[in-house]
Design a protein around this ligand. Structure first.
Ligand code: SF4
Length: 691
């Protein structure tokens, strides 16, 4: 008899965290149905949620470890591959723990991420562990932790439905987070005014009540000028400022020079429009800020984030439903990857490496059975710094779990040179990605739908995943692979052995007070739980900063910020500013391009160019053009459109055959968050010469 069953899980694409049911026939996943009782998506999913399961049972899944010899992969046994990796990690980390590094996987369950950072810290003694949030929402973590004391979204997703005014800047969520976009539409139906600010007239801008086009990378100038208007008009919330914040006077002094005329010149927005934005935001009863990577992926990304926090604190738009600062996290579990301590400065639960008492606590917790852990109190290298160290020959082994930096990091040439410079690159993956092809050892891993665990969505909601099918024969659970490596490196198995993902989550609860109250019974429900949830009788807190901020003194901290602009500016040789984006049908290529339905929708990349810029160059719609920067060049079809500002061009980042990151700049990073400037670099676009 044919057996068909539904297995509940969570979508593996964006940080909205929609609930789905796998449709499983005779032990194999054959489809997805939206989870009708799920509070986030309420029985709806976007195309990625609907068809994004198709990669799971592809024939090109990795099922055998691979070892590279003389430039060619050969198949190897698990024993041989694990011994090779463990011996090299031990040899190098015994010599100098700073010469090994780990990239954790922000698409993987929390439990795998926790084990990745544990392998780095416990087996190798290094703090060099990071993940792709660094080049996504690293500035959110740094910026909101500095201002509010916690680097996460302040409100739950549903809160937006109670807003009167939504200030949406640098977020094309109708494509990148469609089921959050649906909530903005519901807010509009409830009477909210939606204002979208973006250099591109995106699908999100098209549903706005007001659209404001502005120059890339000028957000601080815009928000400083808005703050000056609000103060000049007496619209600030004096009581909130006096009782709940500090640093106001210094911030106020800094914004004085940001007159409407000055900000208009920098941003390209008319002075009266800036003034109206400021007055409308400050006058609304409940005003919410929504942003995504248009704010963060800049060399001043943390300053952009802190500008949004300044605006919210100035007007008391924080700690209430319908308000707040709402960063939309990129990947499904990028929030979880931060929470799990896949950060060189933080252990699980944002406990600080540089605090000697905290590090002593973890050294003690992770030691035993004759094995002593002695971690340093100096934060390790970030993802960008690890790649730069590899490039300089200062990093010898890099262990990449489920990330594809050859496609996703700025400056592909720099990334490939860095990976080639390593003594060993280990990649733990489901597919032979562009990065895995550069590896010395490839370890085949189980994928989504093949393991238990939890994901944490952008609203800090920790949700359970369930196993719907067995991994293909030969692919192992990620945490099992890492347990075997740790044991081969000399860590007593007792310190690294778990019977299940749930066992690992129990350890996470012991180490992270913000999750201590998340027992399985409470977690495994459609509503699940948001952190902070410090005890089993705590109802959990979707809304943060209600009475005090998360800093020890409970106060929010205004920041005095100056406009900086992109590091690489246009000139005669490279007169166009390139921005990079995502599109509705794709996420990261390893998954969506292996989903036939999604790939058929958009089969390759394109460059959006304004019709005037195209006409100046004689470029017609659909023509394959040459796009080049100081780093490299690509051939790519042109999409001629007036939906993008003159002087700006855009390339979606998903397509390796015309990869945006061949052009982007890895030199320009944010000193506060180590984010590279993926949203702005100077390029030129030309017709190919006639043959
Ligand atoms: Fe998945 Fe995001 Fe689409 Fe929801 S909105 S179905 S989480 S990609």
């Amino acid at each position: 008899m044919v057996e068909i069953k539904y297995v509940p899980s969570i979508c593996p694409y964006c940080g909205t965290g929609c609930g789905i049911n796998f449709v499983v026939k005779d032990g194999k996943i054959i489809g997805v149905e939206p989870y009708k009782r799920h509070p986030v998506n309420e029985g709806k999913v976007c195309p990625k949620g609907n068809f994004g399961y198709q990669f799971i049972n592809r024939e090109d899944r990795l099922t055998t470890p691979l070892i590279k010899e003389n430039g060619e992969f050969r198949e190897a046994s698990w024993d041989e591959a694990l011994d090779l990796v463990a011996n090299k990690l031990k040899e190098v980390s015994d010599e100098d723990p700073n010469k090994v590094g780990f990239y954790a996987c922000a698409r993987s369950p929390n439990e795998n991420i926790y084990i990745t950072q544990k392998l780095a810290r416990v087996a190798c003694g290094t703090q060099n562990v990071d993940h792709c949030a660094r080049i996504c929402h690293g500035p959110t973590v740094a910026g909101l932790a500095t201002t509010f004391g916690s680097g996460a979204m302040t409100n739950g997703f549903d809160s937006i439905k109670e807003a009167d005014y939504i200030f949406c800047i640098g977020s094309n969520n109708m494509e990148a987070h469609p089921l959050f976009g649906r909530k903005m539409i519901q807010a509009k139906q409830n009477g909210a005014k939606l204002v979208v600010l973006d250099p591109r007239f995106t699908p999100t801008a098209k549903i706005a009540d007001e659209y404001v086009q502005f120059e890339t990378g000028t957000d601080v100038a815009l928000m400083n000028a808005m703050i000056k208007v609000i103060i000049d008009e007496g619209l600030q919330d004096d009581e909130f400022i006096a009782n709940r914040t500090k640093g106001y006077e210094e911030m106020k002094e800094t914004v004085q020079k940001y007159t409407l005329e000055m900000a208009s010149e920098i941003t390209g927005i008319k002075p009266e429009v800036i003034k109206k934005l400021a007055i409308d935001y400050a006058s609304a009863d409940k005003a919410a800020i929504v942003y995504s990577l248009g704010i963060t992926e800049h060399s001043h990304g943390a300053d952009n984030v802190m500008s949004t926090a300044n605006l919210a604190m100035l007007t008391g738009n924080i700690g209430k439903q319908g308000t707040g600062v709402n960063p939309l996290r990129g990947q499904n579990n990028v929030q979880g990857a931060c929470d799990m301590g896949a950060l060189p400065s933080d252990y699980v639960g944002y406990r600080k490496v540089k605090d000697p008492e905290t590090t002593a606590w973890f050294n003690d917790y992770y030691s035993g059975y004759g094995y002593e852990v002695n971690l340093p109190t100096t934060p390790g290298l970030t993802l960008v710094e690890m790649m730069n160290a590899a490039h300089a020959g200062d990093l010898k082994v890099l262990y990449i779990h489920g990330e594809d930096p050859v496609l996703s990091d700025a400056d592909v040439q720099h990334t490939k040179e860095a990976l080639e410079n390593l003594e060993m690159l280990v990649v733990q993956e489901c597919f032979l990605t562009d990065t895995a092809q550069c590896a010395d050892v490839v370890l085949p891993a189980a994928g989504w739908g093949e393991q238990e665990g939890t994901f944490t969505s952008g609203e800090r909601r920790v949700q359970c995943l369930h196993k719907a099918q067995e991994p293909p024969e030969g692919a192992w659970l990620d945490w099992k692979i890492m347990e075997e490596i740790a044991v081969r490196m000399g860590v007593p198995r007792e310190l690294f052995h778990y019977e299940s993902a749930q066992d690992i989550f129990e350890e996470i609860r012991e180490c992270a007070p913000i999750m201590a109250g998340m027992n399985r019974e409470r977690l495994d429900t459609p509503e699940a739980l948001h952190w902070p949830c410090p005890s089993e009788d705590d109802p959990c807190q979707p809304l943060m900063h209600k009475e005090k901020f998360a800093h020890p003194d409970g106060l929010g901290v205004f920041q005095a910020l100056e406009h900086k602009g992109p590091v690489e500016t246009v000139d005669d040789e490279y007169p166009l500013l390139l921005t990079t984006t995502r599109i509705l049908f794709h996420y990261h290529a390893a998954m969506t391009r292996r989903c036939e339905t999604l790939n058929n929708e958009v089969k390759t990349g394109f460059i959006e160019i304004n019709s005037k810029d195209a006409a100046e160059r004689g470029i017609i719609n659909g023509e394959v053009v040459r796009a080049f920067s100081r780093r490299g060049e690509i051939a790519i079809p042109a999409r001629v459109t007036d939906d993008i500002r003159e002087g700006i061009v855009n390339i979606p980042m998903h397509f390796v055959e015309c990869a945006a990151n061949v052009l982007t700049n890895s030199d320009s990073f944010d000193p506060k968050s180590k984010m590279v400037e993926l949203k702005a670099c100077a390029i030129q676009v030309e017709k190919f010469p006639e043959k």
